[in-house]
Design a protein around this ligand. Structure first.
Ligand SMILES: Cc1cc2nc3c(=O)[nH]c(=O)nc-3n(C[C@H](O)[C@H](O)[C@H](O)COP(=O)(O)OP(=O)(O)OC[C@H]3O[C@@H](n4cnc5c(N)ncnc54)[C@H](O)[C@@H]3O)c2cc1C
Length: 398
């Protein structure tokens, strides 16, 4: 078994030698090596992005469509929102938010229903929807204030690489976006923990000696485990880290590059389009846990969804994907097994089969094959399976 501490101490020298060799072989593809090998004196003027600030009166108000704004922010973000496309497929609006677990349960599992906002997307039972969560707006404001940024300014973000390639003119055609909107849509300042290089760059900008020393220790191979305990294990957000080191004032270019990207979360669709046309249902476990230092933490997306009400009318940007679970023909008997794991897509399969069975009876065609669901729950009394499935079923407890 590898000792973690020894492992991390050995990793850095190995990485340095690997990247040094790669750089010698092909400096074009490995221009700077890994984050850890950038020499300190080069650091200050080496962020990979350049921010251009624009005068507000030069902007075109006609372009302010919600999906365009998301696409624009994503295109300029170092971590693109979605691997293949930046523009959402459509927007969903919540119509129902129901708690499935009973009071006193250790888990909070929700049944959400959504309707399409304008155009609807055809999906199949078992498909997956990716959803971009919003961040706590007061925390975003606090981040902007902490970093001394103007939330109302309009910006475009440009990779420096393209400037040196002479293609800078092409990139600048991006339509500017409000700084606050860019932060909200692309930079996870409230949930994800920053990586080690963040500490290294922070140490460069720390003006208080004790903060600089601490950050330099975190960035060193010796401090790696302590950084892991401080950052990842405690799940400290970027905002919390910045607040712990008040003397650090990082340029926005560095923040754009180093703050973890806000990522969409995937959910198995738990409805059948046959049973609920033009609706999307999700079955979501609201994530919460306690860190080793007993700090309560919450999952960003599931907590945000649980906090929404239909009355708020929030438009949620979504992307649809095919799943690895193809819709089975209705003549095939199904055995669905979810022992303590999610059973969201199973709900959709069962609802679809129920409609197919009803139609087969009405049309007097051959009957549909039966479905068996094996489901595991921590507490049978607190998780009510018929409520989860939304269809009548015979229940047997083991
Ligand atoms: C294809 C696919 C389908 C999915 N379908 C569903 C679904 O139908 N229903 C559903 O509820 N989820 C589903 N998920 C999971 C979902 O995408 C999210 O990961 C989940 O909702 C948590 O997101 P979050 O933003 O709330 O939490 P985040 O802010 O992303 O936090 C989650 C992270 O918190 C940390 N964490 C969580 N618990 C603990 C703990 N006890 N101790 C320490 N760290 C912890 C982990 O690092 C974890 O990565 C699916 C995922 C995939 C990839």
């Amino acid at each position: 078994m590898i000792n973690t501490h020894q492992g991390t101490k050995q990793l850095d020298p190995w990485m340095l030698s690997l990247w040094g060799t790669l750089y010698q072989i092909n400096p074009k593809y490995f221009p700077k090596g890994p984050d850890v090998v950038i020499p300190r004196d080069e650091l200050i003027d080496q962020p990979k992005y350049r921010i251009v600030y624009h005068k507000q009166e030069t902007l075109e108000p006609a372009l302010m469509v919600e999906s365009d704004i998301i696409e624009r922010a994503s295109e300029m973000s170092p971590g693109k929102l979605s691997k293949d496309k930046s523009k959402p497929d459509c927007f969903l609006k919540m119509t129902k938010n129901e708690v499935l677990t009973k009071a006193g349960s250790t888990k909070d599992v929700r049944h959400f229903e959504f309707q399409f906002v304008s155009s609807s997307i055809k999906y199949e039972v078992g498909d997956v929807v990716e959803l971009l969560p919003s961040q706590d707006s007061s925390a975003v404001d606090a981040f902007i204030e902490r970093c001394d940024l103007d939330p109302e300014s309009f910006i475009t973000v440009h990779p420096r690489e393209t400037e040196s390639n002479g293609s800078f003119g092409e990139v600048i055609t991006h339509v500017p976006i409000k700084l606050k909107t860019f932060v909200e849509l692309t930079m996870d300042v409230t949930s994800a923990s920053p990586r080690r290089y963040f500490s290294e760059v922070m140490s460069f900008y720390a003006t208080a000696e004790h903060e600089k020393a601490r950050l330099q220790y975190f960035a060193s191979p010796e401090g790696r485990d302590d950084l892991y305990n401080y950052n990842q294990k405690e799940r400290r957000s970027v905002l919390e880290v910045l607040e712990d080191f008040p003397s650090v004032q990082m340029p926005f270019e560095w923040l754009v590059q180093l703050v973890p990207a806000l990522k969409p979360r995937a959910f198995s669709i738990s409805s059948s389009p046959l049973a609920y046309p033009a609706q999307v249902h999700l079955t979501v476990s609201v994530v919460s846990w306690m860190t080793p230092y007993k700090r309560p933490r919450k999952g960003l997306c599931s907590t945000w969804l649980a906090s929404l009400t239909p009355e708020q009318g929030v438009n949620i940007p979504v992307w649809f994907h095919k799943s690895s679970l193809p819709a089975p023909p209705q003549s095939v008997p199904l055995i669905l097994v979810g022992p303590g794991t999610g059973c969201a897509p199973f709900r959709g399969f069962i609802a679809e089969r129920a409609v197919q069975a009803e139609r087969a009876v009405q049309a007097e065609t051959s009957p549909t094959a039966p479905v068996m669901l094996f489901f595991g729950s921590r507490n049978g009394h607190r998780f009510f399976i018929p409520r989860l499935l939304g269809v009548p079923c015979k229940r047997r407890r083991c």
